[in-house]
Design a binder for this molecule. Structure first.
Ligand SMILES: C[S@@+](CC[C@H](N)C(=O)[O-])C[C@H]1O[C@@H](n2cnc3c(N)ncnc32)[C@H](O)[C@@H]1O
Ligand SMILES: [Zn+2]
Length: 167
């Protein structure tokens, strides 16, 4: 199994395989776990800004990557709850994407993003689309917008590729 993963150049999955072997010694269970990772379009992995979202297949410009899912709540309720996974739909409504099933919540901010969130015409849904070609292993990033950037990202220092590139 290690050799197979090395052959596919997915050394990150060797880590997954190793971690699963610690808890689930049954080889068939481990193979299913690794195979299910290989089949996913996007993966959550460590990035420069905590966990991040990564491409596990090639996305072309305009391809839909994923949807930002969660409970739709009023802006007042969102302000009461707080948290870093609130997505503003309009002046009245937000999506609280804190649930782990919302894999889109792991998309980090970039000042030169390769993906963008798009609001449906009825302002109830948000989907993330590729802005350009995104290759396997590339981190998928979006622009959080000036409000979130100025209040949260900038004060602590933006860790995106553009801002951390050596000048
Ligand atoms: C929606 S979460 C993104 C996923 C997050 N990295 C995690 O591990 O759960 C947003 C938070 O990620 C971090 N983050 C995202 N993009 C960042 C960036 N460019 N620079 C620094 N921190 C960032 C900030 O802590 C921000 O509040
Ligand atoms: Zn930046």
């Amino acid at each position: 199994m290690y050799a197979l993963l090395l052959a596919t150049a997915r050394t990150d999955l060797i880590d997954t395989f190793y971690q699963s072997s610690l808890h689930k010694p049954d080889l068939s269970v481990q193979i299913i776990l690794v195979y299910s990772e290989l089949m996913k379009d996007i993966l959550v992995k460590r990035s420069s800004a905590g966990l991040g979202l990564f491409a596990n297949k090639l996305f072309k410009k305009g391809d839909e990557i994923t949807e930002y899912i969660g409970e739709t709540i009023t802006t007042d309720e969102g302000n009461r709850r707080g948290g870093k996974y609130l997505f503003e739909l309009n002046g009245n409504w937000m999506i609280d994407g804190k649930d782990r099933s919302n894999i889109a919540r792991y998309a980090n901010h970039s000042c030169r993003p390769n993906a963008s969130p798009v609001l449906s015409d009825d302002e109830t849904q948000v989907k993330i689309f590729a802005k350009k070609t995104i290759t396997v292993g590339e981190e998928i990033t979006i622009n959080y917008g000036p409000e979130y950037f100025n209040m949260v990202i900038q004060p602590a220092g933006c860790l995106c590729e553009k801002c951390t590139a050596k000048k």
